[in-house]
Design a protein around this ligand. Structure first.
Ligand SMILES: *[C@@H]1O[C@H](CO)[C@@H](O)[C@H](O)[C@H]1NC(C)=O
Length: 448
């Protein structure tokens, strides 16, 4: 009885401690990571002949305005103001030291003229377009080799009108890989906030070969059945912070990547220093994912305070033989799930290959993954950890993971193979491969 009382008060104490930690976590932000500069100069798209009637094509006004910012190079940079209205346009490039400001009621809408959409080279770390060989369609809004770019405003909308592209994908009539809604390449000091991203043709926000990228207070929405509309894919990038956002799309909400098989290995640019916190949303695929393209390596990832509902796989760490690279030092905590098909999946057999040139000897390393304080209801399967034969995933540490089944049914069982690590306070009990020696001297010492 006394023991029970002690354990009860202990759990109350821990709950209090946890809730205090949760409030403290609210104060942690990435706002200081990228300087948000005040622009001395402001110009409006309307000054460049732009018409926000939803019908007029504004490709030239956008290109002229940005050309002017690029070539006049005003001290402190320039803000491009997009007033309320629907600004239809073809794709355009951003430039350094600019702010793209979407006023309340402003919509930048992509043309549906897929025929005249420009092409760009494939990414070197992918060797080809992600969905089709050869080049790829340019992203709707893109930045290459830039620094100090801000996209913000009063919750204006960037609308990709992706339906025509989704239909081409469904009818197998695509010629090249579909455009992303927003892509930054080789860029740094990027700040994106208070904008809504809607109906991307393909991935929504794709920072690749970038550093110091902050994405906060954004909403990203696309229909549940829209193909490959990933929310945010930090790719071969470092110091990326995503927080306080809502993402509901047709594919992974956030997926950290770093290149594809032999191309990603040769390019060798990892993703590191990735923070994802206070993100809510749903998707038929993965909530928070790492992979499957991780050939340049992924390390130092922190994921915390995530809410998922109506989701396929809550937390998904995925790679494959042929990928090579590594996934290490990943810390995931405080995740709640409501109605998910599978809570947690860590797997070494996920994803396709760019071509036949991948190596069977390019075995990825997965080491040091801590997942703690996960609470799920309506979880069809709690999880699975499936390493690679003769190359097990190591130091996989689960603590305080409670995943309840659908209705009154108990959740199904965990499945594990080729993995070592430990589990503490996991319900239902994960699998014999994970030991209970967690703390000092255990495989997961230092994990909590
Ligand atoms: C945009 O930038 C790409 C290089 O990233 C370049 O090939 C293309 O011509 C640019 N488009 C315009 C309209 O300036």
């Amino acid at each position: 009885m006394a023991l029970r009382l002690v354990s009860l008060s202990l759990s109350v104490f821990i709950t209090l401690l946890l809730s205090q930690c949760a409030t403290a976590a609210q104060d942690v932000t990435c706002s200081g990571m990228v300087p948000v500069r005040w622009r001395r100069e402001s110009i409006s798209i309307a000054d460049f002949g732009g018409v926000g009637d939803g019908v007029t094509l504004n490709t030239w006004p956008f290109r002229k305005a940005i050309y002017r910012i690029e070539h006049l190079r005003r001290r402190g940079g320039t803000l491009l103001y997009i007033p309320a209205g629907v600004w239809l346009t073809g794709n355009f490039n951003l430039t350094s030291h600019m702010t793209l400001y979407l006023a309340r009621g402003a919509v930048i809408k992509a043309t549906q003229d897929t025929w005249n959409w420009p092409l760009v080279d494939p990414l070197p770390s992918y060797g080809r377009g992600r969905e089709l060989p050869g080049g790829r369609y340019a992203s709707f809004i893109q930045g290459n080799g830039l620094r100090d770019v801000i996209i913000t405003g009063e919750r204006g909308i960037i609308d990709g009108q992706g339906e025509v592209w989704w239909n081409m994908w469904r009818q197998r009539s695509l010629r090249f890989t579909r455009p992303n809604l927003l892509e930054f390449m080789h860029s740094r000091e990027i700040h994106i906030s208070n904008v809504v991203f809607k109906n991307s043709p393909f991935w929504n926000i794709h920072p690749v070969y970038c550093s110091n990228v902050v994405i906060r207070y954004v909403s990203i929405v696309a229909p549940y059945d829209s193909p490959n509309t990933d929310g945010i894919d930090p790719d071969s990038s470092s110091s990326v912070c995503i927080e306080d956002s809502f993402i509901s799309t047709g594919d992974d909400m956030v997926a950290v990547k770093s290149g594809w098989d032999e191309y990603g290995i040769a390019y060798g640019r990892p993703s590191s220093g990735i923070t994802i916190r206070r993100v809510t949303g749903s998707t038929p695929f993965s909530g928070i994912a790492i992979g499957s393209e991780t050939s340049g390596g992924v390390e130092d990832v922190v994921v915390e305070n995530i809410n998922l509902y109506n989701t396929g796989i809550g937390i998904h760490i995925k790679t494959n033989v042929g990928r090579g690279g590594y996934i290490r030092n990943v810390k995931i905590s405080d995740v709640s799930m409501n109605k998910v098909r599978k809570g947690i999946r860590i797997a070494g057999d996920v994803g396709d290959h760019p071509d036949g040139g991948f190596s069977q000897h390019a075995i990825p390393v997965v080491d040091g993954v801590t997942i703690k304080n996960v609470w799920g209801v309506g979880v069809e399967q709690p999880g699975s950890i499936q390493g690679i034969k003769n190359s097990p995933f190591t130091r996989i540490c689960l603590s305080n993971v409670k995943l309840w089944g659908v209705g009154s049914r108990p959740s199904a069982l965990w499945k594990c193979m080729d993995v070592s690590g430990a589990a503490l306070g996991v319900q239902p009990w994960p699998c014999a491969e994970l030991t209970t020696t967690f703390g000092t001297g255990g495989l997961c010492s230092g994990a909590i």
